[in-house]
Design a protein around this ligand. Structure first.
Ligand code: F6P
Length: 345
């Protein structure tokens, strides 16, 4: 019988509750494992904020967005935090045998560090950005893509009526997965992603050609992490960073709106979708994936396979080495981008 700790860290993501529910259900239905949930990511372990997770306390949460455990971007090793000792103390106070952190590169980076210190961990990958290595897809991504696609559909009709260029800024810090998938699904005329620095003049030339062919409106999707080719465009970068050193993004769409209008004369508007993409109920695909991840993570704990991360490879759930999964982000597949490009203009 194992006592298993769960926590959710980093940006929230539709499907987190589905993982929690599935893990608890797997551990409690036929066997007698027990679960403790730590509040607000790593903060809960530093401050010993925890509560028992039971069938009762996790009932009805499958379709609910966010996370019943709360989350934070707390880094237990930042700014001289003696994270390790405090985490050990909290785990031992709750009699925890193994920890399942559900998170992205930062949360799982901490998990890897704990694993190296001898704390048994099994990671569950989470990010709407879909840029974690080791897994083909992360839950939350499909939900975000659907939200953006619905938004593009709506923007299309108003763009067409007003003969405007609509710039749609979406999430995607290192990778343009959301921008490209939603751009293809929504029929975008240009997609700008972090993996391919853009030339604003080329973007404008492309829009002009489109208008010359008789199209009087355009949809430009831009990932928040997209950057101009060096020296081609001045952007205003914010300076605020989180505990893991990531700069707060957002705003490239505003620059694009202004530049496109100034350079082409076409009236332009920006829509920044922001955290709408992360809120609310997960789509069915994400609920299923999150459920499979939750079950698989508990099975990895029961089997004593620590230092691993559950992952989706093709249609199978597998366990991958956590260290290897975190080695580099999963960037956009260039072939997918080429497919999207076929439909530009
Ligand atoms: O979790 C990933 C992400 O959604 C990124 O796409 C985005 O840059 C970031 O989180 C936003 O974080 P916050 O919620 O802290 O503003």
């Amino acid at each position: 019988m194992a006592r298993i700790g769960l926590l959710t860290g980093g940006g929230d993501c539709p499907g987190l509750n589905a993982v929690i529910r599935a893990a608890v259900r797997r551990g409690l239905s036929a066997e007698t494992h027990s679960f403790v949930g730590f509040r607000n990511g790593w903060a809960g372990l530093l401050q010993d904020e925890a509560s028992e997770l039971t069938l009762q306390s996790t009932v009805g949460i499958l379709p609910r967005g966010g996370t019943i455990l709360g989350t934070s971007r707390t880094n237990p090793f930042a700014g001289g935090n003696d994270g390790l000792d405090r985490i050990r103390r909290t785990l031992s106070a709750h009699g925890v045998d193994a920890l399942i952190p559900i998170g992205g590169e930062d949360t799982l980076g901490v998990a890897l560090r704990l694993h190296r210190e001898g704390i048994p961990v099994v990671g569950v990958p989470k990010t709407i950005d879909n840029d974690l290595g080791g897994t083909d897809v992360t839950f939350g991504f499909q939900t975000a893509v659907q939200i953006v696609t619905d938004a593009i559909d709506r923007l299309h009709t108003t763009a067409e009526s007003h003969h405007r260029v609509m710039v749609v800024e979406v999430m995607g810090r290192h990778a343009g997965w959301i921008a490209t998938h939603a751009g293809i699904a929504g029929g975008a005329d240009a997609i700008l992603v972090p993996e391919r620095p853009f030339d604003i003049e080329e973007v404008c030339a492309h829009l002009r050609r489109r208008h010359e062919r008789g199209r009087t409106f355009s949809i430009v999707v831009v990932a928040e992490g997209a950057v101009p080719l060096q020296g081609t465009l001045q952007t205003v970068a914010g300076t605020a960073t989180d505990a893991f050193g990531h700069r707060r993004l957002g705003g490239i769409g505003v620059t694009l709106e202004q530049e496109i209008e100034a350079r082409t004369g076409y009236e332009s508007r920006v829509t920044i979708l922001g955290h709408v993409q992360r809120g609310g109920t997960p789509v069915a695909f994400d609920r299923v994936l999150a459920t499979r991840f939750g079950v698989a993570a508990v099975e990895a704990v029961i089997g004593g396979r620590f230092g691993t991360m559950v992952a989706l490879r093709a249609t199978e759930i597998v366990e991958v080495d956590l260290e290897q999964a975190l080695r580099s982000p999963k960037l956009l597949d260039p072939t997918l981008y080429q497919t999207a490009e076929l439909f530009f203009g």
